[in-house]
Ligand binder design. Sequence first.
Ligand code: MN
Length: 364
Amino acid sequence: MKITKLTFAMVTILCLLIFSAPTLNAKNISKKINYPAYMQGIDYGTEITYVIGHKPPDSDTICTAIAYANLKRKLGINCEARISAIPNAETAYALNYFEVPVPEILNNAAGKNIILVDHNSFAQAIPGMKDANILEIIDHHNLIGDVKTSAPVYYRNMPVGCTSTIVWLSYLESNVAIDKPMAGMMLSAILSDTDNLQSNTTTTLDRQAVDYLKKKAEIKDCKKYFLDMEEEFAAYKDMTEKEIFYSDYKEFESGGLKYGCATVVALTPEKRNNLKDKLDKWMKENFSNQKMDMVFLKIHDLETYTAEISAYGEGAQECAEKAFRVDADGHIYLNPNISRKKVVKFLNPVIKNFAEYNDFNKAA
Ligand SMILES: [Mn+2]
C-alpha cells in the first residue's frame, strides 16, 4: 500500500515537472547544446595538440587534418595539423590550388597530445602512437583498431564516404564559418575518397557536404576539378613500381594470416591495363621480400569505373576467386569498382577459411 502511494506520488511529481517546465522540451535543449560542450571533458593541456591521419597519407588524411585543426583553433584549442610523409600528387594539387601550406611532418607521436583522423589502429598510425596521449578519434572506418587511451576519448565514427564529411558537420554544429581554403580542403578530401561521389561508400550526407562546400570553395565544375586533381596523381610521375604499389596500401589480418591490400587508380582502361601489367611483374619478382602472407592489388580507372584485382602469395589467387566473380579469361573484375573496405570485407572470411583449412591439414 505504501509503495503504491509512493509510486503514485512520484509519477505525479514527474508529470508535473514534465508538463510545467517548458524549458525541458527537445527543441529548447537542442538550442542549448553546442559542439564545444561535447569536448569539455577533454584535458587538452597547454601543449600543442596534433591532428594527424594514417600512413601513408592520402587527401582525406591530410586535408581533413588541416580542416579539423583549423576548427579546433577557432574553438580555442591549441591545435596544429601534421602529416606522416610528403603529400601525394593529388593532395599536392589541392593544397596548391587552395594555397594552403603543407603541414610539417611528425615522425613520432610519443608523449604528444594527438587527435587521430581517418584511422583507428596503431598499425596505420605513425610510430610512437602507443605512447601518445590520444584525445580524439574522428573516423569513418570499421573498428579494426587496437587503439587504447588512458582518458575518456571523444570518438566520432560515422559510416560516411570521407572523414571530412564528419568535420564539415562539426563546423555546422559548432557554428564556425568555413572559409574558401578550408572548404577547398574538405571538398578535395570528399571528392578524393568517394571518387567524385561515384564510390559505393558515398552517402547523402557526403553529397550534401559537397553541395555546400563547392560554393564556399568557389568550384563550379566538381567533375573537372576532380579530374584535374586526379590527372597528376594517376600519372604517378617519376615514381617507381614500388612507390606506386605502396602509395595507398593498408595491412590487415584474418585467421592469423597477414595480408596487404593496395589500391591504384588510372585515368582510362588502357592505362589501367598497362599499369596492372607493370605492377604485377614487379610484385611477382619482389613478393619474397614482403612480410605479408598474401598481397592484393585493386586497380580501377576513372573513365569506366571498373576495377581489377591481382593476388600474390600462396593461396591468394584462390581466395580472391572465391571472394569475387572471375571472368572466363581468369581476370577478376569489379564493375563497378568497390572500396577497399568492401574488398577486405569479402576477403576476410575467405582468408580465414583458407587459414583454418591449412592449419587443419597441418595438424592432420
Ligand atoms: Mn578516408
